[in-house]
Design a protein around this ligand. Sequence first.
Ligand SMILES: *[C@@H]1O[C@H](CO)[C@@H](O)[C@H](O)[C@H]1NC(C)=O
Ligand SMILES: *[C@@H]1O[C@H](CO)[C@@H](O)[C@H](O)[C@H]1NC(C)=O
Ligand SMILES: *[C@@H]1O[C@H](CO)[C@@H](O)[C@H](O)[C@H]1NC(C)=O
Ligand SMILES: *[C@@H]1O[C@H](CO)[C@@H](O)[C@H](O)[C@H]1NC(C)=O
Ligand SMILES: *[C@@H]1O[C@H](CO)[C@@H](O)[C@H](O)[C@H]1NC(C)=O
Length: 338
Amino acid sequence: MGYPFRYPLRFILLSLHLFVTGESATSTTDTLSQTGSLSDGQTLISLNKTFELGFFSPNGSSNRYVGIWYYKIPLQTPVWIANRNNPLLDTSGVLYINNNGELMIVDRIGRSFVVAYYNPGGKDVEATILDSGNLVLRETNNSSSIIWQSFDYPTDTWLPGMKLGVTEGQHRLTTSWRSSSDPTTGDFAFGLDSSQLFIWQKNVVSWSSGLWNGTSFAHNPELSEPPFGSLNFVSDSEGVYCTFSSIYYTRFVVDMTGQTREFTWVDSQGDWVLFWSVPHATCEVYNVCGVFGLCNDMALPACTCVQGFVPASQSDWDNGDKSRGCVRQSRLQCSTSQ
Ligand SMILES: *[C@@H]1O[C@H](CO)[C@@H](O)[C@H](O)[C@H]1NC(C)=O
Ligand SMILES: *[C@@H]1O[C@H](CO)[C@@H](O)[C@H](O)[C@H]1NC(C)=O
Ligand SMILES: *[C@@H]1O[C@H](CO)[C@@H](O)[C@H](O)[C@H]1NC(C)=O
Ligand SMILES: *[C@@H]1O[C@H](CO)[C@@H](O)[C@H](O)[C@H]1NC(C)=O
Ligand SMILES: *[C@@H]1O[C@H](CO)[C@@H](O)[C@H](O)[C@H]1NC(C)=O
């Protein structure tokens, strides 16, 4: 699956090193140093205990991922994943910084994945999970020197303070999970391009907000007036991007149905409450139920197969991935009559 099988020895050496020095992270730190490491089961926790970083499995999967979730929210809600397309198959994973200052994930049989590159200088670097949910790689002796940050590589979630759009020539957008149990890069993306927000399905626009007119987006003026914060469109020397703020835990997520939803955590309900979503109806999303699928917004679930057809993959379909659509239940009788 495209793993570079390069580092078995390094992993063994790393394990020995840990054994000898005992320098593994404890649950009370927000920082991974160049001499430390984080094993599956250990976590980093941001200073004010807002976000936690560690290994996790999505609901319904046994694959292991390095992710970031809210420390205080009982429903584990991942907002970022380091290795969404390179899952670990067991709990032998270790996150560490190598001698080149690269943030790496390696497992027992030596499969490795580079999360963050850093080359120049041979300086000491460290990785810190901030209270914004941003994982930053910085020079150890200079906390303002951000070399790499997870906010530049969003998964499916747009968080307060994260710049969605084009900055420094790089297009930052969020991309859906494949299904509710599979965070692999899916078909839908949500982002900003030339003054409006878009949802794309495989690079084809499936929704747009209309142009920013200075105070709001043409088709969705409500978006810029959240009661608990603000949304800003910025065009400056850094680029063109959107950011938002909120006094509550709030996140925008693009999902495998092609909808982008804004959720706010409501303590009294113990749940994420849907605040806003586009397109308003599931069936407005082009081809949302796949080939030979039917969409009905009045029904739950909205997707069914046309008569005589069944989901191409029942498990994908059940987990929310309808992209393979439906196939004929039994072979056509006429197919043999040629
Ligand atoms: C952390 O909490 C302290 C005390 O509540 C507060 O003064 C500080 O601004 C918070 N820092 C961040 C980064 O949220
Ligand atoms: C996981 O799935 C179960 C059963 O569907 C559900 O009750 C639970 O809330 C889910 N957990 C999360 C974190 O989504
Ligand atoms: C920080 O690192 C740079 C580059 O390695 C070095 O020149 C500088 O002296 C260091 N500063 C401190 C305070 O250690
Ligand atoms: C720390 O990093 C920032 C950003 O790269 C840089 O502007 C500043 O000069 C550095 N400070 C020191 C003491 O090296
Ligand atoms: C932008 O659009 C909103 C909503 O349609 C409207 O209320 C506002 O006055 C417009 N602002 C400008 C500067 O045109």
